[in-house]
Design a protein around this ligand. Sequence first.
Ligand SMILES: [Zn+2]
Length: 162
Amino acid sequence: MAALLALSALAFAQGPFTHDIRPGYGVTSIGWLSDYLPALRGSPGDTRVYFLESGAPGGTAVVLGGTHPNEIAGIMAAVILVEKATVQAGRLIVIPHANNAAFGYPDPRCPSCGPWVTFHFDGATRSFRYGLVSPTRHSRPRIQQCTSIRLASSSQERRCGT
Ligand SMILES: [Zn+2]
């Protein structure tokens, strides 16, 4: 039994972090980011994708929250869409925890902030994971990107950033 629990804990630690999201009536299907990039399946980077289809013709809007897991406002905006929105035309796709691997890491710049943010509203208490901006463990090395800009004087300037 202990071995089974240890195995379960290990699988949880390596798989995607799941969050307390309660899909509303507007959600017509739920997928995974790994449906589009199979290499993510079962990894901490996989995350839920929520579809809100109107059934009427129209455009598609995509909302990503949690690109930086320490920016709780964007995450909450995406969660509210999943839980409360209905779409009148076209479709809405919402990924509330787009950078899911980063939610497993505390933010060292704010030791008193995490790892949970708790809200009390409508008579309920809800807790949402608070994470690090950009973890190093699941990130590839930064690639220096350079652009060449031709100036009016016909000399070329090279700008690089990471
Ligand atoms: Zn940000």
